[in-house]
Design a protein around this ligand. Structure first.
Ligand code: PNS
Length: 161
C-alpha cells in the first residue's frame, strides 16, 4: 500500500527546521506533498507562489516530494490527494496544545486521517519562521537558520518596504 503524507504549513518562509522535517518525511513515506497554506487572513510576508518556489528549490533532489499550495480545509485537500497522514513538526511543549487541538479537529472532520508528529531535531528546537523574520528585520545573521541558497532572497523579502 502506498503511504502518502501531507506536510502542511505557512512556510513564511521555509526554515532549516522545516527542511529537516521534509527530508525525514521523504525517507519515511512513499510520497510527500508539502502544502503551502494560502492564508488570506494572516497576510503572509512572502506571496504564495514565492513560498512554493523557494521550497521547490531546496527539495529538487527529493523525487517523492511535491510542493503545492492549498486553501480551505486541510482535510479536503488531503482527500483530493488521496493522502491519509498529516505530518507535523513538534518543537517544545508549547507547540503541543495548539497542535493537539488541530489534530483532534482534523480527525473529527475526517475519521480516515491521522496526524503524525515528528520531533524537531535538537538544533532546530528554537527555530520558527517568525523568529527568522524578526532576526532578519533587524539585520541579524540568518546563517544556519534558512537554506543557504535562499538566504539572500529571504533577506530581500523581509527587508523590502
Ligand atoms: O505553519 P502553520 O501556520 O503553523 O500551519 C498551520 C496549518 C496550515 C497547518 C493550519 O492552519 C491548517 O491546516 N489550515 C487549514 C485550515 C484547516 O483545515 N483548519 C482546520 C484544522 S483545525
Amino acid at each position: 500500500m502506498k503511504r502518502t503524507a501531507v506536510y502542511p504549513g505557512s512556510f513564511d518562509p521555509i526554515t532549516n527546521g522545516h527542511l529537516d522535517i521534509i527530508r525525514r518525511s521523504a525517507r519515511t513515506f512513499d510520497k510527500v506533498y508539502v502544502a503551502v497554506l494560502v492564508n488570506s487572513a494572516k497576510s503572509p510576508m512572502f506571496p504564495t507562489q514565492q513560498r512554493v518556489d523557494m521550497i521547490k528549490k531546496v527539495t529538487s533532489d527529493l523525487d517523492n516530494v511535491e510542493v503545492d499550495f492549498f486553501s480551505g480545509l486541510l482535510v479536503d485537500y488531503m482527500q483530493e490527494k488521496n493522502a491519509g497522514i498529516i505530518i507535523k513538526g513538534l518543537r517544545a511543549m508549547s507547540d503541543f496544545e495548539y497542535e493537539f487541538q488541530m489534530a483532534l479537529m482534523n480527525h473529527k472532520l475526517s475519521k480516515d486521517i491521522e496526524t503524525l508528529f515528528m520531533m524537531t531535531s535538537a538544533k532546530y528546537q528554537y527555530l520558527s519562521s517568525s523568529i527568522v523574520k524578526e532576526v532578519g528585520r533587524h539585520g541579524g545573521c540568518l546563517d544556519g537558520l534558512v537554506p543557504e541558497i535562499l538566504k539572500d532572497e529571504i533577506i530581500a523579502g523581509i527587508t523590502k518596504k
